[in-house]
Design a protein around this ligand. Structure first.
Ligand code: NAI
Length: 781
């Protein structure tokens, strides 16, 4: 093979990607096009020519599907204007002005190759071509293509759904030029928001190789250990740091039929002797389910189904349907609470299941070194970014302990992978001189390096000393004297501990810290205050306790807002309720593009009590310059529990300020972007002046009440919605009184607390909170 050096490539000044052609508008092609459009890139989306008058019908239908997608694959309907739909027969010449051509057509080599010849006729010199193939080796894809094409060709393997799955596996061919790889890496990191994992051209690359094996082992061991579907999912889910869909739930989500195809195609490309072959045989139960239409969530159900409101799961030994319990076994709860080691220490079928699953899956991953990579980080990254695992396989091995893990393999009769046996009990990762290092296959530890600006806080935090810390949150100081407040409760639910750290950060501002960032890299920044705290206080009728809790929350966020240094919130994922209220008190919001922002407290029968109503009212007044309209918009935003699922959508609700706040495509760049904003603000920073409000009084208050009653009469609102809405109307208008100028921020905070406590004392609010906590969904009452 000729390996082209840098001189052999001519990107012809093509150091930027500003227009992209995506060919194939199915699941992946349309998803890639949507994410490009989200990034503001012009896209030409082509599919085969439809018969009849509407030649572009296939690609056009794909665009329509994007418009209606849920969860939304686009950040705003307007971005669809960035996509032009066409067909390959009439429009292929139009790829001539594209900088990158992404092929995402069906997984058939001969069709892909035929298309590459056509692409090569029209692509401009320097244009990059890539394939989204999951299984076809690079060498076959480019066989017989001209050298220049091979120099510009790579595999870009995205994950579905493209907007939400962070992983991009990037494969360089023997002849792909470095500049091509650099450009793809940079563009897909910064513009597409992807976590790039460089992969070798090995079958299934990294994530699917381990991920699909893990699923198959989960099914195999559940049957072998005699576990039910529900218990297996509960154990091989959160307790192992795997999303709660577990194994069978994920099969249902992906589709049983699709999974059968995936397993078949991986089986066809993996070498003989690969452990995958032991779990890839067709499963008669799965085949029967598919035949009966149980193809997963898109069908009548899969391993789970719902009949007459009752959730049922299939019995793996008899094939009968049985009602699910809806509760996790005690071992799963213990595992979630105390970590993976409790799962393997015991001799029940549940322990055996966990031990065997972990032993087989982690040994498989470790056994892939050095074939797929020369250190653990790419494999761990792939699983975390592509399968949403909280911990990668090697991180799990470290959590168990290498020696303990090897003994476990011996007990289970699983061969020891060389990477582990040669290590003599050494960890896969270590922190040395404040640097995180990974142990390479040659036995040496080397620092884990990331592209400049990429900071995953869970990696950074283990190299930092906390300035203060409790069970719920920590305050760290970065080298540049910027403080980072990190929440780390279960699901990042906010409690007194979180507020203590927020207040502490504010107290250190100016003395030890020259800026503060509120950030964490959990899946969700925070879905609000810990409802269990309110439930406990409501059950004890501790109304003063609730008022004190809210006072404490308000004091902490207020201190943050008026502290003498710039404060930036850098959230991603759910940032709602109290989580949003914390960010609303920061100078600038640096938000990930997939953020969900909003105030949803009314759903559980209360109103935002941490300054959320006050702040929304202030923001609407700044936009509309009219207190009555501002009150009305605030009432509607919060009363309906509206959320924005992107910064653009949140801007329509005033929760994101387009002129002031920033959005970042790659969540791993949130912290560095937030630090940049602090540097910008630092030059002439002055804390904000407290706003002064105006209450418009009885007229708008009564209008709002009439609105609530009308909607109640029409059956759209429940009785308690009217009660909650009335309290909200009271805070934003001042209630049934004369209009009043000069209302202070503190009066608004106090009004929020008063309404909150009033609502907390009602049976209906208590019922809503209990329902949400016990059933996981809102109660309409
Ligand atoms: P799909 O079946 O949803 O879409 C394929 C599209 O390609 C269809 O719209 C079809 O009309 C079009 N097409 C077929 N031949 C064509 C041609 N010659 N020219 C233009 N368009 C043509 O397939 P999907 O799932 O989007 O997969 C596409 C590629 O992405 C495959 O290589 C697959 O292996 C890979 N992939 C799929 C993933 C998934 O989760 N579905 C994940 C990662 C990669």
């Amino acid at each position: 093979m000729i390996h082209s050096g840098p001189d052999a490539i001519n990107l012809r000044g093509n150091h930027m990607i500003s227009k992209v052609a995506v060919i194939g508008s199915g699941t992946m092609g349309s998803g890639i096009a949507a994410q490009l459009a989200n990034a503001g890139i012009e896209v030409l989306l082509l599919d085969i020519k439809a018969s009849g008058v509407h030649a572009n019908a296939i690609a056009e239908r794909a665009v329509e599907r994007l418009r209606k997608s849920n969860p939304p694959l686009i950040v705003h309907r307007d971005v669809l204007e960035n996509i032009a739909a066409g067909n390959i027969e009439d429009d292929l010449p139009a790829i001539a002005d594209c900088d990158w051509i992404v092929e995402a057509i069906v997984e058939r080599l001969e069709l892909k190759k035929e298309l590459y010849h056509d692409i090569d006729k029209y692509r401009k010199r320097g244009a990059i071509v890539s394939s989204n193939t999951s299984t076809i080796p690079m060498s076959l894809l480019v066989e017989g293509m001209p050298a220049d094409f091979r120099n510009h060709f790579a595999i870009t393997h995205f994950f579905n759904p493209v907007r939400y799955m962070r992983l991009l596996e990037l494969v360089q061919g023997d002849e792909t030029a470095e500049q091509v790889m650099d450009l793809l890496r940079r563009f897909n990191d910064e513009k597409m928001g992807k976590g790039i994992v460089d992969c070798r051209d090995t079958p299934g690359f990294l994530a699917n190789r381990v991920g699909v094996f893990a699923l198959q082992v989960g099914i195999d061991e559940a049957i072998r250990c005699g576990l039910g579907v529900e218990d297996a999912d509960a154990l091989m889910g959160r307790p192992m740091g795997i999303p709660k869909t577990g194994v069978f739930g994920l099969y249902d989500l992906i589709g049983l039929d699709l999974m059968v195809d995936v397993v078949k195609s991986l089986k066809s490309i993996l070498p003989e002797g690969d452990a995958f072959h032991r779990v890839s045989e067709p499963n008669s139960l799965i085949n029967r389910l598919i035949e009966e239409g149980y193809t997963g969530l898109k069908g009548r159900g899969g391993f789970y189904r719902t009949r007459d409101g009752q959730r049922e799961a299939v019995d793996l030994s008899t094939g009968e349907w049985c009602a699910t319990r809806g509760t996790a076994p005690a071992l799963a709860e213990a595992g979630e609470e105390n970590g993976v080691n409790v799962l393997i220490d015991g001799d029940t079928p549940q322990h055996r299941f966990c031990r065997r699953v972990l032993a087989r899956v982690l040994a498989y991953a470790a056994g892939l070194l050095p074939e797929v990579a020369d250190n653990p980080a790419p494999v761990d990254d792939a699983m975390k970014l592509g399968y949403n695992w909280i911990h990668g396989p090697f991180e799990l091995i470290d959590a168990i302990g290498t020696s303990g893990f090897i003994s476990m393999l011996d007990e289970e009769g699983i061969p020891r992978p060389t990477y582990l046996t040669e290590a003599d009990g050494l960890t896969c990762y270590r922190v040395e001189q404040n640097r995180l290092e990974t142990r390479h296959v040659d036995g040496h530890y080397r620092p884990l390096t990331r592209a400049p600006g990429i900071i995953r806080f869970n990696e950074a935090r283990c190299t930092l000393q906390a300035l203060s810390e409790n069970q719920s949150a920590s305050l760290f100081r970065l080298e540049n004297d910027i403080g980072v407040v990190e929440f780390h409760t279960k699901a990042n639910a906010l409690d007194e501990g979180c507020m203590e750290i927020v207040a502490d950060a504010a107290a250190r501002a100016g003395r030890e810290l020259r800026g503060i960032v509120v950030h964490n890299d959990g899946p969700h920044f925070s879905a609000g205050v810990n409802l269990n705290r309110f439930r406990e206080m409501i059950e004890r009728s501790d109304w003063d306790g609730i008022d004190d809790f809210l006072k404490d929350f308000q004091h902490s966020v207020r201190a943050l807002k008026y502290c003498p240094v710039p404060v930036v919130a850098a959230p991603s994922g759910l940032t709602i309720g109290g989580g949003y209220e914390v960010t609303a008190h920061c100078d600038v919001l640096v938000a990930h593009t997939n953020i969900v922002l909003g105030l949803v407290e009314c759903m559980v029968g209360v109103i935002p009590g941490g300054g959320g109503v006050k702040d929304t009212l202030h923001r609407w007044h700044q936009i509309l310059d009219d207190w009555e309209h501002a009150a009305h918009r605030t009432f509607m935003n919060i009363g309906c529990g509206k959320t924005g699922t992107s910064p653009q959508q949140a801007a329509e609700l005033a929760y994101f300020r387009l002129a002031l706040d920033r959005q970042v495509m790659n969540r791993d760049r949130l912290l560095s972007s937030a630090c940049e904003v602090i540097d910008e603000l630092s030059e002439s920073y002055m804390p904000p002046t407290p706003p002064v409000f105006h209450w418009c009084g009885a007229t708008p208050f009564n209008e709002m009440r009439r609105h609530l009653e009308k909607n109640h009469d029409a059956g759209q609102l429940m009785a308690h919605d009217v009660t909650v809405g009335t309290e909200l109307a009271h805070i934003v208008t001042g209630g049934e009184t004369e209009a009043r100028d000069g209302v202070s921020e503190d009066e608004l905070y106090a009004a929020e607390r008063q309404s909150f406590v009033t609502l907390a004392r009602t049976d209906a609010t208590r019922a809503r909170i209990v329902h949400m906590l016990d059933r996981g969904g809102p109660l309409r009452n």
